[in-house]
Ligand binder design. Sequence first.
Ligand code: HEM
Length: 498
Amino acid sequence: MALILEISLSFLVIGILILWFRQKNKNKDFYKNIPGPPPLPIFGNILEIGSTITFIDVMLNFAKKYGGILLLHGGPIRKTLLVSDYKFLECVLSSTKILNKTEDYNFFRPWLGTGLLTSDGPKWKKHRRILTPAFHFQILEQFIDVFESGGNTLIQKLEKEVGKKSVDIYPFVTLCTLDIICETAMGTKINAQENSDSEYVRSVKDMCRIIIERSFSFLQLFDLTYPLTKNYYVEKKALKVLHQHTNSVITKRRSELKNPATKKTQDDNFGPKTKKAFLDLILDAKVDGRSLTQEEIREEVDTFMFEGHDTTASAISFAIFCLANHPEVQAKVLEEQRQLFGSNKNPSPTYADLQSMKYLEQVIKETLRLYPSVPFYGRQTNEAVEFNGSIIPEGVTITIFAYAIHRDPKYFEDPEQFNPSRFEKIDGKLPYCFIPFSAGPRNCIGQKFAMLEMKSTLSKIVRKFELMPSTPQHKLQLAAEAVLKSANGVKISLKLRD
Ligand code: HEM
């Protein structure tokens, strides 16, 4: 018996060693000429990365030292190209062959399954096709009311902060964007701004935190050791709450749609004759001639919930911070609002009004250039691809470093300066140097939705408040979490406009 066990164990160890050796040497010839920081045995470069707060600076320094295509070793086996080179980005992002996501997205899967963000291959392609019409302008137009009412509650909350020397606006904005995405994605209200300590809101926050903590902690990185940590149990509880919530909304909605009598009893304005939530469009959709399963629908709704609130919260908060610290830009934004709405202090902007806020759009773009909500994102080749006369083989992991190209002086004069007007000159030119929403076939499906939501919320805030720097003046401490954040908050001060 002992002998059989010994032999089995030896085979297992040999098997693992062969796999490890193969993996370690995969694409060796391709990697050998790519510059990068020298790796340590076993650890590779991970010890140099530090925490979420040091991450961006370390990566930026690597890019400055080794160039726009460099090789990083994430431990003994994993390798990734860190890319901020324009030509390479163009090749990767425009390609219809480099569409798969990397292993890093595995941490999202317990929550999002294989929704649009995390799926690959034919499933991604089919779901992208059926979800694209959900972002048609006629659909987006009916969400303007939801943006309005979420923004109005935010204003009420911020009114209580007027006159304080320092207000961290990030928590206020996150609850607002969570309210908005919940109502637009599921057609139900969670009233996060009124009830920020609800189980659902807490579970969303827990999951957003855990996803990133897992990628920075050795114990949490591996499925085998993860159950030894507290986060494993917090995650289990959060997932139960989140999945149960989405599932019950789907079930309720499905039965309402089947039974016209109950449709009329709905308590919100997502009734059959009024607007449709993303969920309704997904329930109507067909893939290969069949409706989506409960699980497929849940994955897509949860993906919208995740992708659609933290990203916009980060962008809106950083934009408010930039406006507070650049009064001349804020004055131009206000002037644009006054030209549109005259003396009406409480307008309800239409879709066309939001579209016409061109300067505000430049402000948002400039904010996203300096503070891209998603500073890094990943792709993996699943077949060989040609680049510049050489071949990128199958199985290469690519990390797109949007933050770095956004601050490259080759493309942006005085890149550290907040200067929204630069977009008058560069808009549309060199599409792969401004990539906050990614680009090409796997770009952000929600970018038009996001732009409308950001314009609606920001314009409302600027019309209502004078935004000023906090006392003492706040210095952002950027942290590369799943979404870019400021580890020490986003602090400003507020004054009511006359
Ligand atoms: C400022 C706001 C936003 C920014 C900066 C942003 C940025 C991005 C980026 C960079 C990606 C590509 C990620 C990757 O390749 O891994 C992405 C994908 C995605 N975004 Fe957004 N996003 C924003 C808002 C939204 C909103 C509001 C929604 C939904 C309502 C949304 C839904 C999605 C989805 C579903 C994907 C996956 C698309 C696919 O793989 O086909 N995003 N977003």
